[in-house]
Design a protein around this ligand. Structure first.
Ligand SMILES: Nc1ncnc2c1ncn2[C@@H]1O[C@H](COP(=O)(O)OP(=O)(O)OP(=O)(O)O)[C@@H](O)[C@H]1O
Ligand SMILES: [Mg+2]
Length: 320
């Protein structure tokens, strides 16, 4: 919720790896990446030539696609004729000034707000104006700009809600939680590093842990796509570094990620591609490096000082 892109110094601390269900997905993801690497090198596998069908396979269908999406609030065009593809396995970063329409875009994709025009596709299905719970069961989940959770429940019970009700449609809730739901909840808490505070009542937790809790609750449903709205807004540099490592672990578990963030070092370090919005429109889509060379982005969002620091950071990272 800042009017300009934010800059923080870098510091670091080690995070904890997941050891359960999500780790299996990590291994599977590595295997898929290896197979894709063979295909990208012009082979269907070790020693096999790639045929036409395999060549077509190397361009995967987008996991999420927005086609000409618009949303107005009265005279305000919060999102205006915006199209966007998110490929499986990638991290897409979204930035832009306050009021650019970033959260509204999340709201229309995730079924919280009805869109006026356009179409949204997820995993090959039309999900335009589908209900959030339907999308959650299909594997599309999100976190919020402001912390959301069940304040009077423990951290573990919050995550269990996601693990039990978020995984599939429960028509008649059982008297007991399934062992699978409990395992999903434990795996998600391990992945984000909340296992030690599982029995703490949520209203007593600091902002950082509440942010992690939202992520754990979303991850406990075992999504294909996780959308995060300002995951490090209001956090200190150490906490930001920890969330960066967490996002890498989530990506490593094979989960596609779309994140909105004003903290530019976080956005550029994690994103394979970046999109910048302004007045509901896409004004930039491409690499982080191209971002700092784009005159409009520098003018309406970054400012010259921040864009220079960002340019130096990108060059440092490329030199490593
Ligand atoms: N429920 C609503 N009713 C009326 N106007 C709204 C509503 N939600 C958003 N808007 C307006 O839509 C525009 C886009 O707002 P949105 O919250 O999507 O911006 P944002 O890019 O997420 O901004 P920030 O970086 O401050 O979070 C703004 O002009 C905002 O005032
Ligand atoms: Mg917002």
């Amino acid at each position: 919720m800042l009017s300009q892109a934010i800059w923080y110094d870098q510091t670091s601390k080690r995070g904890r790896p997941s050891r359960t269900v999500l780790e299996s997905r990590h291994r599977l993801c590595k295997h898929e990446a290896k197979t894709k690497a063979f295909k990208d090198q012009g082979s269907g596998g070790p020693g096999e030539p790639m045929n036409q069908a395999q060549a077509t396979e190397t361009v995967p269908r987008p996991l999420l696609a927005c086609e000409g999406v618009s949303k107005h609030y009265g005279a305000v065009a919060a999102v205006s004729n915006l199209s966007l593809d998110v490929r499986p396995g990638e991290v897409l970063g979204i930035g832009g000034p306050n009021g650019a329409g970033k959260t509204t875009l999340f709201d229309v994709i995730t079924g919280l707000t009805a869109l006026d025009q356009g179409r949204v596709m997820f995993d090959g299905r039309d999900i335009t104006n589908a209900k959030p719970q339907t999308l959650c069961h299909m594997g599309l989940v999100r976190t919020f700009q402001l912390n959301a959770g069940y304040d009077t429940l423990t951290a573990r019970d919050n995550v269990l809600v996601g693990a039990y009700f978020g995984h599939r449609n429960i028509v008649i809730p059982g008297l007991r939680l399934s062992a699978q739901a409990k395992r999903r909840a434990e795996a998600a808490m391990d992945l984000v590093g909340l296992a030690d505070i599982r029995n703490t009542v949520v209203k007593t937790l600091p902002v950082y842990q509440r942010k992690l809790l939202m992520m754990a609750s979303a991850l406990a449903s075992e999504p294909k796509l996780l959308m995060m709205d300002e995951p490090v807004g209001g956090l200190n540099p150490h906490e930001i570094d920890d969330v960066m490592k967490l996002v890498e672990r989530v990506r490593g578990a094979g989960i596609t990620i779309v994140l909105i963030e004003h903290v530019m070092r976080f956005l550029v370090a994690l994103s394979d591609r970046v999109m910048i919005m302004h007045h509901g429109e896409k004004i930039y889509e491409g690499s982080s490096a191209g971002l700092v060379r784009d005159k409009t982005v520098v003018e309406v969002y970054l400012g010259t000082g921040a864009s220079l620091r960002l340019k130096n950071l990108i060059e440092e990272r490329q030199a490593r």
